[in-house]
Design a protein around this ligand. Structure first.
Ligand SMILES: Cc1ncc(COP(=O)(O)O)c(C=O)c1O
Length: 487
């Protein structure tokens, strides 16, 4: 094979190797024990068919091994790295959570500071506990009319970098769950000037490279590491993600070691094949796919903005504080004007119109528009929202905006995690130091982190979340009657 062939994005090395293994009819004396589906319970096989079980194989010479790839997995990773403008990529089968944790464990030793937005995903909290790194939180900007946090104000980032010269790392969301990006180019410059690494959580940005109208990627802007969820907007299967690195400031052998700390030794070939095929699809058709996706989202925004009580926000927010640019594919709809919470609209859409959105908060719903969507689905959403507006918009008045209270960190998440704890009633917890996390999922952004002093405002906020029937996660008591605090 020529080196020319090895960079050909038409290739799908893992898929080809798995197909060959199946075609060769190898007699399997290896795990998985269902042996190509023969040991799988019948109901399952009847429902999904047989081929998927034949593809469920394990690492071996011709299929390579994710822990130390030198064959088809390495080849597929090289193709992925090339497509994403990275020097190297690592396939991940435990989601972007694994990528985020690997980045932080790579960059920070116990006791070292990491500058990180307070609205980072919960996976960062796990990484802070595992690594013992000390978070220096930057409060993201708040959009007061929409009731959501946005990106970072570059002036604040510069100030915090200057005032924490011993910090090793700056962590950034590119973009936030709602599709807003910070001025990453300037953040990279400010961090690199002080010899800090830049780690990007691009869980919601796997589609960015494929259209010039979309925000620039972390790799393009000079960040050192990035974790991307191909399974979210890149068309691969759930749990399949990738870690991307630039070698200039990052040692790939050490990254490999860290990735392996949290990588299963039995990575699913179904997930890896899906990454291989999604990469090819994006490489060959990404631009036309994204042109269509952007068109669908723009069409939806335009029509929804003619519906009373709704505001589908989008690129017009670019330039407002904390919003350097906006991901045009995100369909975020502010529903305050209906007098309903986002959670209530999500629930009505599901129960009465059979539509499930990605997530909701007090004031907004978020629909992901991606490569699997079509005009028919978009029209169903628009018609349903029109119907909801006719039923509700005149009956109630807009909800007042209540923003997430900010708290002070008293001990690090790791110290709080390992400290002795006692259980107190949430109602009586103001003034205590939290021993656990409380968050709505999605988006999985902690309202309360371990180590933070609980305020009366936070107690009221959590009670309001409970009353709104949010899916609350992170606490030992799922009903949040009690909370663990440091004793
Ligand atoms: C911003 C952000 N980062 C990281 C993750 C973790 O990704 P995964 O679910 O692939 O582990 C998510 C998941 O929703 C996320 O929203």
């Amino acid at each position: 094979m020529t080196s020319q062939n090895k960079t050909d994005q038409n290739r799908t090395p893992i898929f080809e190797a798995v197909k060959k293994y199946i075609d060769d009819k190898v007699i399997p004396f290896h795990v998985p024990g269902h042996k190509g589906g023969k040991g799988i319970a019948h109901g399952f096989k009847d429902y999904v068919g047989e081929q998927i079980f034949r593809m469920d194989v394990n690492g071996m010479e011709d299929l390579d091994n994710i822990c130390n790839p030198v064959g088809v997995i390495k080849e597929a990773e090289n193709l992925l790295a090339r497509l994403y403008n990275a020097d190297e990529s690592f396939m991940l089968v435990n989601g972007t959570t694994q990528g985020v944790q690997a980045m932080i464990l790579y960059a920070c030793r116990p006791g070292e500071e990491i500058i990180i937005p307070r609205n980072a995903h919960r996976s960062t909290l796990g990484a802070l506990i595992l690594s013992g790194a000390i978070p220096v939180y930057i409060q993201p900007e708040i959009h007061v009319d929409l009731g959501i946090s946005t990106g970072l104000d570059i002036r604040k980032v510069r100030d915090i970098i200057k005032s924490h010269p011993y910090a090793k790392t700056v962590f950034v969301n590119n973009p936030t769950y709602y599709g807003m990006v910070s001025d990453l180019k300037e953040i990279v410059k400010a961090a690199h000037d002080e010899n800090m690494l830049v780690l990007a959580d691009e869980a919601h940005g796997a589609h960015f490279p494929f259209h010039p109208a979309l925000p620039a990627t972390a790799m393009e802007l000079g960040a050192d590491m990035s974790a991307i969820s191909l399974h979210k907007t890149g068309g691969s299967m759930t749990q399949s993600s990738a870690l991307l690195i630039k070698r200039k400031n990052v040692c790939s052998n050490k990254v490999n070691t860290v990735v392996n700390l949290m990588q299963t030794t039995s990575a699913s070939y179904i997930l890896m094949v899906s990454l291989d095929l999604a990469r090819k699809h994006l490489a060959l058709r990404g631009k036309s796919i994204m042109t269509k996706v952007i068109g669908l989202a723009g069409y939806a925004r335009q029509r929804i903005n003619n519906i009373i009580g709704l505001y589908a926000f989008g690129p017009e927010l670019s330039g407002q504080i904390g919003i350097f640019a906006f991901d045009d594919t995100k369909l975020c709809i502010n529903v305050r004007g209906l007098g309903l919470s986002g959670y209530e609209v999500e629930s009505i859409l599901r129960k009465e119109y059979n539509i499930q959105v990605e997530m909701s908060d007090f004031y907004n719903i978020l629909s992901i528009i991606s490569l699997g969507d079509n005009m028919e689905n978009i029209d169903s959403l628009i018609d349903s929202l029109k119907d909801i507006s006719q039923k509700y918009s005149t009956k109630t008045s807009a909800k007042p905006i209540i923003t997430l209270p900010t708290l002070s960190m008293i001990t690090t998440p790791r110290e709080a995690f390992y400290a002795n704890k006692k259980k107190v009633l949430l109602e009586e917890s103001a003034g205590e130091i939290s021993g656990e996390t409380a968050m709505a999922y999605p988006p999985g952004i902690p309202a309360l982190c371990p180590g933070e002093r609980i305020s009366k405002d936070m107690v009221d906020y959590l009670k309001m979340m409970k009353a709104s029937k949010y899916q609350l996660l992170g606490m030992e008591d799922p009903h949040l009657e009690y909370i663990n605090v440091l004793s």
